[in-house]
Structure formats: C-alpha cells, structure tokens
Design a protein around this ligand. Sequence first.
Ligand code: NAX
Length: 340
Amino acid sequence: MFYDIRKSQPIKVLVTGAAGQIAYSLLYSVAKGDVFGPDQPLVLVMLDITPMMNVLDGVLMELQDCAHPLLREVISTDKEEVAFKDIDVAILVGSMPRKEGMERKDLLKANVKIFKSQGAALDKYAKKTVKVLVVGNPANTNCLIASKSAPSIPKENFSCLTRLDHNRAKAQIALKVGVTAKDVKNVIIWGNHSSTQYPDVNHAKVKVQGKDVGVYEAVKNDNWLKGDFIQTVQQRGAAVIKARKLSSAMSAAKAICDHVRDIWFGTPEGEFISMGVISDGNSYAVPEDLIYSFPVVIKNKTWKFVEGLPINDFSREKMDATAKELTEERETAVEFLSCA
Ligand code: NAX
C-alpha cells in the first residue's frame, strides 16, 4: 500500500548551534529520515546566535536544495521564543567553546548562562513531553542546568550525549577482534563525557562465528583491555582534533542520530546503550542528582536503568572518579546558577 506522508502530522525538531559543524551533518541526516523514520514529516527549527545568521541562511538554502520529501518547513532564528515554541524534540548542540587561555571555571560559567536561559525557554514554550538531548560541552553539567531551569518538564526527558564514546568503544573492540561494529553489543560508558569517563566492556558481547562471547574471551588481551583500550576511547576526541585540526563532527552527528532514534523507537531486544541521565542515588552507588552516563534500555520513549550488573573493584574505582569530577562540576555550576 502506498503511504502518503502528507497525511501524517509533522513533529517539530529544534537543533541549536545550527550554523556549526556538527549541525551541518546532523541536519542532513534528520531531514532525510534517519532518526524519526522515512514516513515522519518534520518541521526543523534551527537556532544560532545573531552573528551567525548569514551562515544559517546558507544552511537553510542547502536544506531546501536537498529537496527532502519529509521537510514541511525549516525555520531559522536567533530568538529563543521562536526556536522553543511547541517543539517535540530539542537537540542542544550549541555552546560556548573553550577559547585559548580560558579557565575551565570560566567556560562553565558561560555555559551555565546559556543552558539556564535555554532551560527556561523549554519550560515556557516547549511541549511538556519534549525530549531534550544536550550535546554542547560540558554536556553532562549543561544538561543538569537545563533540566533544573525547566521544572515543569520531567527530569527523565533530559539526557546528554555519551553515545559517541559508546560507539568509539564498540568500534575499537570490533577492530581488535576483526568483526564489524554491529557484532559488538552492550559496552558501557559510565560517568562524564570527559577524559574521566569509564568505558567498561565487562558485560559486553562479541559475535564470533555466529556465537556471542564475552569481550575478554574474544580479545584475549587483558592488558590492552585494561590499558590502551580505555585510554584510546577517553582520548579519542583529542586525537581527532590533532589529526583533523577540527573536532569530531561526522561521528558526533551519527551518534546523535543513534541516541535520538533509540529514544523515539526503543532499543533492540537484549541490547542496552549508554546515555547521560539523572541519577537517583539508588543505581550503582552513583550520587543523586548528577547527569551521569549509565547503561539504559528504552521502550515507549521511556528509559530505564539496566539494573544488577556486577561491578568489580577495577570498575568501581573508575566509576567513583568520574562521579567525583561531575560532583565538583555541579557544585561550581550551581554556584553560578544563582547569579547567571
Ligand atoms: P561549532 O563551533 O562548529 O558550532 C557551535 C555552534 O553553536 C556555533 O555556530 C555557535 O555560534 C553556536 N552557538 C554558540 N552559542 C549558542 C547559543 N547560545 N545558542 C545557539 N547557538 C549557539 O561546534 P561543533 O563542532 O558543532 O560542536 C558543538 C558542541 O558539541 C561543542 O560544545 C563540542 O564540544 C560538543 N561536542 C560534544 C560531544 C559529545 O559527545 N557530547 C562530541 C562532539 C563535540 O565535541
């Protein structure tokens, strides 16, 4: 039967930082149907700051020229009240980049201001069912600030991106074993999207000759798994910048698509993924009220922690170190929140 997409209701999707390099790949994939499916019409909203409006005009022209059949409308703006109005999904990519000589605290301060304002705009203008993904760094703490500034939207609707780290871990294991990334499942990124993150493969499986085996059994190199593997994933962003002289964009856009698609359609049976979500103090002894990356499964657009995975001493130490960093970030950010 022929399905007429003109009959179905569009969903409204906001991308911030829309004139930037991640958005350039992301907008194309979203408009093409990679995230919400080939039958879902879309209204795309693009927000950036006023000095970038000329660049955004160019992006708008290109999106029009793609002639994607799913695109009902594209709106580009520098005004939050326009950007956040009645949106179903917010992908918050734009943030203040770290400039030369800038202290980490100053970066955090500038971002608290942005995410407090965007959180308030979500609270005021977006649908209460809106799903919010924060990508702009420091992603976990920016996400926490946005959520705290949008009290009428459930905290569970907010998440931050650690899927790129998750995909990097999958890819490293696949390359080592000589299989494809699809043959690797259930890796975990714990904690902060920073170099303290802990990529954990203790519960992951690799399909080798049609059979699922544990990663330690498949790789047969414990030293690599406990050393270089972890550092490679933790430092991958810096390695890409060093080589490309620009930060990860294509892979970041792909990870955003994976993350939002899983929120929309659910995770595959028997698989879990990593995302930064609000900690409740009861899961894996992670302190309450942090946006911390956990293993989750998603069904009916609702995520749940994967519970009961055994944690060894090696993992515990690393999970606690990244929680400590996030706790310190939160303390600094909350201090700025009252004066932002
Ligand atoms: P770009 O500098 O290319 O683009 C950022 C865009 O955001 C710019 O167009 C800028 O004008 C805009 N912007 C700044 N403040 C804004 C505001 N208040 N409202 C709307 N737009 C605003 O950076 P890009 O490479 O696209 O990276 C974007 C963000 O993603 C950075 O913070 C980066 O660190 C972060 N990343 C996060 C990742 C993650 O896994 N969580 C991975 C990729 C990436 O590094």
